[in-house]
Design a protein around this ligand. Structure first.
Ligand code: S3P
Length: 440
């Protein structure tokens, strides 16, 4: 197991960077390309482990994919165009998004397809996907209590469904949209608000999908079995990856950072809204629209004072992957911050709320937490002088990267295990730290 040792804080910096392409959008772009007719060209796909799992999985289903320079070429075989064989096993690695969304596209498989994953993914809930896909007519076999490894057997007699997505899970919503694409008739989804990249992508391709946006719910109608042609797409930068560098800059001394071409889809900017409420002054400039998604350059500089926050629960789903790094900022705020209704956080690559609570305590931050909420007693003077050992918490990339940022801003002597984990979502993470001047 590779560990990283960090003994000194980051020095001041003034840089312009690019982060890797967005993980959620990249996985969707590959899966949707596999359903089109013809050769798609996708630019700015990160070579992260989750994306490599997606590419390898699609290749096993007969989809030809290759890279020429920085462009990925995908030969789509149309809707229901996977080449099914007996005994196909697809390894989703660490990627919940790939495994759950792919199952939506497998609802017609005539042979069982087995999906496996790493230790962390094999602990995560798949009941949330099995239930709606069962209603379409797909069947599942699991030897691990409705988790991976899981076998899916599709049907030729699929029926459209009426589905209520209550968790604010974009993975559940998207899996159902993908199943609906392969099903005759109209599928109706009432979904608690969550990231809407799948809907925007299908609209960009002019597919028959209607969205009526209400205050807390989106009403989505998908008309199935409409074939579509191949397309070109450029993946925007990942705001979840940017979040680590935004908080690093805020907490470092006398530093400035511009992050170019980041996706600022409002269903993903809960993090920015939350930290701006805490007094951070993060700005978007050069806004533009590319392939149906909004992008901007993000500008941020170091600041001294942050306010505590009573975090509005309606922002939870739009900031779900950023809470660890938000908690780090809250630990430097001048007062008590309170975050509630975060039970989904314990269902991620690791039980994140539990683990971050342990880490904050280790750092000397006073907290009170239960299964779904946390109070953080912020201290603007917080610095660390002791040794901190962060162990391999289920190989969770975001636990690793949050720990590195804490070490670089707060001091102390840190040993952080499981260095390889960052490659699952953000393979440039360490190189960007080098670019802004940190010498490992
Ligand atoms: C994702 C949705 C979120 C998020 C995950 C990516 C997606 O998960 O945590 O990293 O691409 O749809 P849930 O849908 O389980 O909330």
């Amino acid at each position: 197991m590779v560990k990283i040792l960090i003994k000194k804080k980051i020095k001041n910096f003034n840089k312009v960077i690019n982060v890797d392409g967005d993980k959620s959008i990249s996985i969707r772009s590959l899966l949707i390309a596999s359903q089109s007719y013809g050769v798609c060209k996708i630019k700015n796909l990160p070579k992260s482990e989750d994306i490599l799992s997606t590419i390898n999985g699609l290749k096993k289903l007969g989809i030809k994919i290759f890279f020429k320079k920085k462009t990925c070429f995908i030969h789509g075989n149309g809707l229901n165009g996977f080449k099914y064989k007996k005994n196909i096993i697809i390894d989703a690695g660490n990627s919940g998004t790939f495994a759950r969304l792919l199952l939506g596209l497998l609802v017609r498989t005539p042979y069982e397809v087995k999906i496996i994953g790493d230790r962390s993914l094999s602990k995560r809930d798949f009941q949330r996907i099995i239930d709606p896909l069962n209603q379409f007519g797909a069947k599942f076999v699991s030897s691990n209590n409705k988790k991976l490894p899981l076998k899916i057997l599709g049907s030729n007699y699929l029926r459209p469904i009426n589905y209520f997505e209550k968790k604010g899970s974009a993975q559940c919503k998207s899996s159902v949209i993908f199943a609906a694409l392969n099903t005759p008739g109209k599928t109706i989804i009432n979904a608690k608000k969550s990231r809407n990249h799948t809907e925007l992508f299908l609209k960009y391709l002019n597919l028959p999908l209607k969205v009526v946006s209400k205050k807390k719910i989106d009403l989505i109608e998908v008309f199935g079995e409409k074939q579509f042609k191949s397309f070109e797409y450029i993946v925007p930068g990942d705001i979840s990856s940017s979040a680590f560098f935004i908080v690093l800059t805020l907490l470092a001394k006398n530093s400035r950072l511009k992050i170019k071409n980041v996706n600022i889809n409002p269903s993903r900017t809960g993090f920015i809204k939350i930290i701006n409420k805490m007094g951070a002054k993060v700005k978007f400039i050069n806004k533009k629209n590319i392939c149906g998604e909004q992008l901007a350059d993000i500008c941020v500089k170091s600041q001294k004072n942050f306010k505590p926050i009573h975090c509005p629960i309606e922002l939870n789903s739009n900031a779900i992957d950023e809470f660890l790094i938000i908690f780090l900022l809250a630990s430097k705020a001048s007062g008590i911050s309170y975050f509630r209704k975060l039970e989904e956080l314990n269902k991620k690559e690791s039980p994140r709320l539990k683990i971050v609570s342990k880490i904050l305590k280790q750092m000397g931050v006073k907290i009170k937490a239960d299964d779904c909420s946390i109070k953080i007693f912020g201290n603007p003077e917080l610095t660390i002088k002791k040794k901190i050992f962060i162990k391999n918490y289920h190989k969770d990339h975001r636990i690793f990267m949050t720990s590195v940022i804490a070490a670089l801003c707060l001091g102390g002597e840190w040993v952080i295990e499981d260095m390889e984990s960052y490659k699952s979502s953000f393979p440039s993470f360490i190189n960007i730290l080098r670019k802004i001047g940190y010498i490992f």
